[in-house]
Design a protein around this ligand. Structure first.
Ligand code: AMP
Length: 249
């Protein structure tokens, strides 16, 4: 069984984002970029399914700048078999990504696509759901456990009231939540080996998909600075202060 894992190159989660001086977006010049953490979890899950013998091939795909190649090499070093890089000059929004992924699914015929639940740059949480809609496939989002059978997948999801478990037919879409697994680090020998694993490069235009952005960013601003806190002596003082602020009666 073949599994497709889309991975996005994003601002590293340890880096504090800086807003560009003109307020047009986040400054990505000279900052550390890494694989979206939820996508690392998706790659790890695909590798674990392969180690269990349920999966035979893992194909990773990234859409973006040519530098997304580094992200794909990281996934190959973790244990993916093959990579596809789709380059685009413009930023590709979730619908464009989902349309390109749908074309790749048509070509590659995977039985399972495991995506991150969201990319931590724009926090859209849309691509997996849109891909499932475009393909007409079942989807299990926010997976904290994935069990694969020959013709079905069972996904445990963390919902407000506890855990929900759904089983649906393959082919299917799964999106990963934080508690699904802890991704492995690539070892040095595997990083070296990954350099010779196959990586195909295509452009968005090769798929005949129009990825022109449909959204306009009006402005990006830093969150308001938090005001300094005040230490109160006791509960009475706290209540009085809350009353004076109109928060308590
Ligand atoms: P989003 O809907 O943007 O929050 O992204 C959800 C998931 O879709 C990510 O965790 C990735 O698995 C996948 N994805 C989104 N954008 C891309 C991209 N440009 N290239 C590859 N995968 C992507």
């Amino acid at each position: 069984m073949k599994v497709l894992v889309p991975v996005k190159r994003v601002l590293d989660y340890n880096v504090k984002p800086r807003v560009k001086a003109d307020g047009s977006g986040v400054d990505l010049a000279n900052v550390k970029m890494s694989m979206n953490p939820f996508d690392e979890i998706a790659v790890e899950e695909a590798i674990r399914l392969k180690e269990k013998g349920a999966v035979t091939e893992i194909v990773v795909v990234s859409i973006g700048e040519p530098k997304a190649q580094d992200t794909l090499r990281t996934a190959l070093a973790m244990g993916a078999d093959r990579a596809i890089l789709v380059t685009s000059d413009t930023k590709v929004e979730p619908l464009g990504v989902a349309k390109l992924l749908a074309k790749i699914v048509e070509e590659e015929q995977p039985q399972l696509v495991i995506l991150g639940k969201q990319a931590i740059d724009d926090d859209n949480n849309q691509t997996g759901q849109m891909l499932a809609g475009l393909l007409g496939w079942g989807q299990g989002t926010f997976a904290s456990k994935v069990e694969l059978a020959a013709d079905s997948v069972t996904v445990t999801r963390e919902v407000d009231g506890g855990l929900e478990t759904d089983t649906f037919r393959l082919p299917a879409i799964v999106t990963t939540d934080l508690r699904l697994n802890e991704p492995r680090y690539a070892s040095l020998p595997n990083i070296m080996k990954a350099k010779s694993k196959p990586l195909a490069t295509k452009t968005a235009a090769d798929f005949g998909i129009d990825v022109t952005p449909r959204l306009t960013v009006v402005s990006v601003a830093e969150p308001a600075k938090r005001m300094a806190g005040v230490k109160v002596a006791d509960v009475d003082e706290l209540v009085n202060r809350l009353k004076s602020m109109g928060i308590a009666k």
